[in-house]
Each structure stands twice: as C-alpha cells, then as structure tokens.
Design a protein around this ligand. Structure first.
Ligand code: ADP
Length: 164
C-alpha cells in the first residue's frame, strides 16, 4: 500500500490545502493529512480543533485520514510506514525552505522522499494567514475557505478577540 503524508499547520485548512489533498489522494492508496504540532508556535486553533475542521472537509474522501503529531515529521513517517511526504508549492519563495526541509527529512529517515505539487493557479496567493486577515476584515470567504468550515472560523475569530 502506497501511503503519503501531507503535513502542515492548517490553522485553518484553506481551499489551497484542500486542492492539494484532493490531487494527492488520487496519486496514493492512502493520504494522511497530519497537523504538525509546534510547541513554540501557538495558532488560532488548537491542534485538535484543526483536526476537526480538516475532518469536516475531507469526509467524502475515503482514502484520506486526518491525524495530529508532535514528533519530528521524519519519525512520524517511519511510524506510519509512509515513504512519501507531499508538499504544496505556491511560489519560488516556498521552494528554498521546502527543499532544505526535504533534505533534512531524508537525512533523518532515508526511506522517505518529498514530492512537490504546484499550487493550483487559483490559490497561489492563499495562506492561512491571508485567510485570518480576510476574516478579520469581514471579507467574503467562499473563495478562500471550504464552505463547511466558514462559520466555525468566523465564530472562532469573534470569540478569540485576538490581534492576529
Ligand atoms: P500556511 O500556514 O502557509 O498556509 P501550512 O503549514 O498550513 O501553510 O501548509 C502546509 C502545506 O500546504 C505546505 O506544503 C504549504 O506549502 C502548502 N500550502 C499552503 N497553502 C497552499 C496553497 N494555497 N496552495 C498549495 N499549497 C499550499
């Protein structure tokens, strides 16, 4: 069975992430979308909330599993017996750090390789940070967020009272 991992912060999941998930799910038997927990970085949503939002959005994709991990990605891949890490590339600016991460991960786990998928041109400008900015200013969100989670994200932002 060919298993791949799509890691990220997903704070929250956007239409750009979802596009990569759908395309990657067609390429592998199983795709694990994994919220990587970084204890130094506190997002808007807790890791558990991010997992719930992703689950809502991928419920119709039978070969997609959602998980959360606080270990190194290379170690997580080993535990899940996955040989492939999928990364989305929006712009050249993503490239340098992503290639560096891919090399680190291969050094830590020689059985794992990283595959890059170019972002759909509709979503190259999209990031979770941009989405949070749009919510804050009351923008229309249907071009940025999966419709199933628009209300959840709005409510969370209203409740958090945080400057993001
Ligand atoms: P961000 O906070 O910048 O949205 P994440 O850490 O959640 O980033 O992203 C996880 C993965 O998804 C990374 O590989 C990132 O390059 C990719 N990604 C993020 N946004 C997009 C997008 N709009 N199109 C394609 N890939 C994306």
């Amino acid at each position: 069975m060919k298993t791949a991992i799509y890691p990220g912060s997903f704070d929250p999941i956007t239409l750009g992430h979802l596009n990569i998930i759908k395309r990657a799910a067609l390429c592998f038997d199983k795709l694990i979308v994994c919220v990587m927990v970084n204890s130094q970085k506190h997002g808007l949503f807790t890791p558990e909330e991010r997992v719930e939002l992703i689950r809502k959005v991928v419920s119709q994709l039978p070969n997609v599993e959602v998980d959360c991990a606080s270990v190194l990605l290379a170690e997580y891949a080993r535990r899940r017996r996955a040989r492939v890490i999928v990364k989305g590339l929006r712009a050249v600016s993503d490239f340098e750090s992503e290639v560096q991460m891919a090399m680190v991960n291969r050094k830590l786990n020689p059985n794992v390789d990283t595959i890059f998928m170019p972002s759909h041109e509709k979503y190259t400008y999209l990031s979770s940070t941009v989405v949070k900015e749009m919510v804050r200013y009351g923008a229309e969100l249907s071009d940025f967020l999966p419709r199933e989670i628009i209300e959840d994200v709005k409510q969370k932002m209203q409740g958090s009272g945080r400057e993001l």
